[in-house]
Design a protein around this ligand. Structure first.
Ligand SMILES: *[C@@H]1O[C@H](CO)[C@@H](O)[C@H](O)[C@H]1NC(C)=O
Ligand SMILES: *[C@@H]1O[C@H](CO)[C@@H](O)[C@H](O)[C@H]1NC(C)=O
Ligand SMILES: *[C@@H]1O[C@H](CO)[C@@H](O)[C@H](O)[C@H]1NC(C)=O
Ligand SMILES: *[C@@H]1O[C@H](CO)[C@@H](O)[C@H](O)[C@H]1NC(C)=O
Length: 205
């Protein structure tokens, strides 16, 4: 038997090819954490490959980033064609950035998943084809939304919920070791022992 699909889920599925061209004003991404070292730090773009950047902590120091660097300026691109399932949780869109180059390269954040760890990396990639749909809730906190809950048996397709599974961790990607923002897959703890729980807050500039 085919199970019913919530109308909004259908609406979202139908628009996965949506163009996210309505750009917000620029903002900084500020970390909120119980950890005093990390609380109030911001995110920056750190080189992690050809036109690929990690979201590293501005004031962190690591093997590949011995000093603090400039704070990153980000934008949120939304689409008129995408339904907002729940305005309190925030409109779906993509987190964007402009990489300084000649010519400049518009980029967006997509989650990079390594199959042997539950710690996924939000990376900036050129364009929007690898982007992950994100949202900022009423409190300006960055989240990922889903309507499927598989922590119960059988899984339930219900209302959209917002998840805030962000951590700051020392990560390794493609030869670069940085302290970066990460997303932990599932509700368990990150397997990377350096991870510290954070929330990511938008602050318009
Ligand atoms: C975000 O929107 C702006 C304005 O429409 C556009 O120039 C830019 O390419 C978009 N960014 C991405 C990554 O699609
Ligand atoms: C998005 O962009 C379109 C085309 O430029 C415009 O008509 C629409 O008002 C914009 N929507 C929002 C929410 O800014
Ligand atoms: C707070 O974060 C710093 C930087 O990541 C880390 O060195 C320290 O161990 C953390 N403290 C706690 C109590 O988690
Ligand atoms: C939106 O989400 C909030 C928080 O989960 C919830 O309390 C509220 O009932 C939801 N609203 C709708 C219209 O589903």
């Amino acid at each position: 038997m085919k199970l019913a699909l919530p109308t909004l889920a259908l609406a979202l599925a139908a628009t996965t090819a949506a163009q996210y061209y309505n750009q917000s004003n620029p903002f900084h991404l500020v970390l909120v954490s119980k950890n005093k070292t990390i609380n109030g730090d911001t995110l920056s773009a750190c080189h992690a490959g050809a036109a690929i950047e990690s979201l590293c902590l501005t004031n962190s120091v690591s093997v590949s980033k011995p000093n603090p660097i400039a704070v990153g300026v980000f934008y949120f691109n939304t689409s008129d064609q995408v339904v907002t399932p729940n305005a309190t949780l925030g409109a779906p869109g993509i987190l964007t950035y402009v990489l300084n180059a000649n010519p400049n390269i518009p980029e967006s954040v997509g989650l990079y998943i390594d199959l042997t760890t539950n710690v996924a990396l939000p990376l900036l990639y050129p364009g929007d084809t690898l982007s992950t749909t994100l949202a900022f809730d009423k409190n300006e906190l960055l989240n990922i939304q889903d309507y499927v809950d598989d922590t119960v048996n059988p899984p339930v397709a219900g209302d959209f919920e917002a998840y805030y599974r962000w951590y700051s961790c020392t990560t390794y990607y493609s030869g670069y070791e940085y302290v970066t923002l990460t997303w932990v897959l599932g509700k368990g703890k990150p397997q990377n022992p350096s991870c510290v729980k954070v929330d990511v807050k938008r602050k318009f500039i």
